[in-house]
Design a protein. Structure first.
Length: 339
């Protein structure tokens, strides 16, 4: 066997496979079987790249280029060039190194910036203040202002980056960059319940004047209504007329409800000939009287003090028929004859 001839044949086969193996992997009969940047090589029934397209770096035949897998076209390697048009608009082509370099006033690294508080913007490709540094207000965030003396962005009034930018009873909301209340603290009375006020010293809600949160906030004769948070009189005690019933008044010396003049709570508050009604009024007892009209026509109401018949109806006495209207006088008994 001629080993030289066999070796040359192997090299040809390898070259053939390298070219067609890298550039053509799909069997085809027409161009429709291939991708948009390929055509069908009917001689070998394989898809091959159209002119200007590639499937491998070797197909570009240029040390400065590579085959872009996204476009299947040869493109310059990053920052490589032969003329200015091969570079970005902010770059120029340095022919000696075939490399794209920033134009004057532009940058591609922080080291190209003249100041220690500047960095190279990856989008603008110019030197800009570092985050938190500034030349003008527009270098800061919307919730900040620029201190042109220190060239530092500082939070606006009421805004913050950290808790230390807020007052002691506040915390920083890092989403809105606004100082917000810490739990259980207050800015003013509006942050408290209606029965509380905000302490200017503690910035905590405390019980307001005239309200209560516990029994000790009230007087000894009061209790705390925990629904209204108001002190009110204990049962049978009072602070004002409103704590008593309609037939009562409040005795401020004893904080107790007592009967109004002319009213009563029981019979002991009425005269001996009276009883306390359900409407809390002293009424004449049955069989008693306070005036003659309470008695029969031939009787009168005995109003003589210290008499056993006091406030009782007793028979009328007479000396003549004139003393007995509608009747006659019995001279024997000196009493009107009664019907």
């Amino acid at each position: 066997m001629n080993w030289k001839l066999a070796g040359f044949g192997i090299i040809l086969i390898a070259a053939f496979l390298l070219f067609y193996g890298c550039t053509s992997t799909t069997n085809c009969t027409t161009d429709k079987n291939c991708k948009s940047f390929q055509f069908c090589d009917t001689s070998i029934k394989k898809c091959a790249p159209r002119e200007g397209y590639c499937t491998s770096d070797a197909a570009c035949n240029d040390t400065l280029k590579f085959c872009d897998s996204k476009t299947s076209m040869c493109a310059y390697q990053p920052n490589k060039c032969r003329e200015n048009s091969d570079c970005a608009s902010w770059q120029t082509c340095q022919a000696s190194a075939n490399a794209c370099r920033p134009k004057s006033g532009f940058c591609d690294s922080d080291s190209m910036c003249p100041s220690s508080f500047e960095v190279c913007s990856p989008t603008k490709h110019t030197c800009v203040p570092k985050p938190g540094s500034c030349y003008t207000q527009f270098d800061c965030e919307s919730w900040q202002q620029c201190n042109v003396t220190s060239r530092t962005c500082l939070p606006l009034e009421g805004k913050c980056a950290l808790d230390v930018d807020c007052r002691g009873w506040q915390t920083c909301n890092t989403t809105s960059h606004a100082c917000a209340l810490r739990a259980e603290f207050c800015n003013n009375d509006l942050d408290c319940a209606r029965w509380q006020s905000c302490s200017s010293e503690l910035h905590r809600c405390i019980t307001g004047q005239g309200f209560c949160a516990k029994e000790e906030d009230c007087s000894s004769w009061q209790l705390c209504n925990y629904t209204a948070h108001k002190c009110q009189a204990k049962r049978d005690l009072c602070n004002s007329l409103g704590d008593c019933q309609a037939w009562q008044i409040c005795d401020p010396s004893k904080q107790r409800c007592i009967s109004r003049p002319g009213s009563c709570s029981d019979d002991t508050e009425c005269s001996q000939w009276q009883t306390c009604s359900k409407t809390h009024v002293c009424e004449t007892r049955v069989g008693f009287c306070t005036k003659n009209s309470d008695c029969k026509y031939n009787e009168r109401c005995d109003l003589r003090q210290n008499m056993p018949t006091l406030y009782r109806c007793i028979p009328l006495t007479c000396s003549s028929n004139a003393d007995c209207p509608g009747s006659t006088c019995d001279i024997t008994t000196n009493r009107c004859r009664g019907g």
